[in-house]
Design a binder for this molecule. Structure first.
Ligand code: DX5
Ligand code: ZN
Length: 223
């Protein structure tokens, strides 16, 4: 993997000040978020409700940081392409929710986005290796999706190592992304396992200086 990428999750930001909170991680080169992670929850796929397409459209107008949409929703086959059409850089759907993940990846790419596939902590990787040939990003959940601020589940690093091996041997061509419980205490083990892109919510927006937190995490993740 190359230079580690950091994707702050605005789930831990102040929802009344989202433009300011996005600007807070858009600092000098090196202190800038690579992607901005936006958690869309529908209160059905996960027991929480956040925001949807109208808010994402406004966020896209208010920042030049590429938006990484993590859709924790039912029926992503129906809803996810709208986020790609709106201009999200990467649109990630859950394999547990997708009816036809291969067709969905094609639709996301046709709408101009990178296609991401996410697996929950207890979802195995092996059954989806063929499907992942159609995807650009694999998002390995290291907490049960639904809430920020939970503890990192280190067991998922077995799946990260397997994904890293499949990429390094040319079987897959993916950005390996991890989401949940990433902070100063956990990012090094995730980096060692082969993660390319690190989502961090509370570790960035719970810090006094979010841009400094981005830079510190990136430094810790660097080889
Ligand atoms: C949880 C979300 C995460 C969340 C991570 O379901 O997908 O993106 O914001 O928050 P932290 O980094 O605090 O675990
Ligand atoms: Zn997320």
């Amino acid at each position: 993997s190359n230079q580690p990428m950091i994707a702050p999750s605005i789930l831990s930001a102040d929802f009344a000040r989202l433009a300011d909170e996005m600007a807070a991680v858009n600092g000098e080169p090196g202190h800038r978020a690579d992607w901005l992670h936006v958690d869309v929850m529908d209160a059905h796929f996960v027991p929480n409700l956040t925001l949807g397409l109208p808010v994402v459209k406004s966020l896209l107008k208010a920042t030049d940081i590429p938006i990484d949409c993590h859709l924790m929703i039912e029926d992503p086959d129906r809803w996810a392409p709208g986020y790609a059409e709106a201009g999200a850089y990467n649109v990630t759907v859950h394999v547990e929710a997708a009816e036809d993940p291969v067709m969905l990846a094609k639709n996301l790419r046709a709408a101009g986005a990178k296609a991401g596939l996410s697996i929950k902590p207890n979802t195995p990787l092996e059954p989806y290796v063929e499907v992942l040939k159609h995807y650009d990003t694999l998002l390995v959940m290291s907490v049960e999706p639904g809430f920020g601020g939970q503890s990192f589940i280190a067991d998922v690093l077995t799946k990260v190592r397997k994904a890293r091996e499949l990429v390094d041997t040319g079987h897959l061509n993916l950005v390996v992304e991890i989401d949940g419980g990433i902070n100063a205490d956990t990012i090094e083990q995730a980096a060692e396992a082969g993660v390319d892109c690190f989502v961090a919510g509370s570790a960035v927006y719970g810090a006094g200086d979010p841009a400094q937190a981005v830079e510190a995490l990136r430094g810790q993740a660097a080889p």
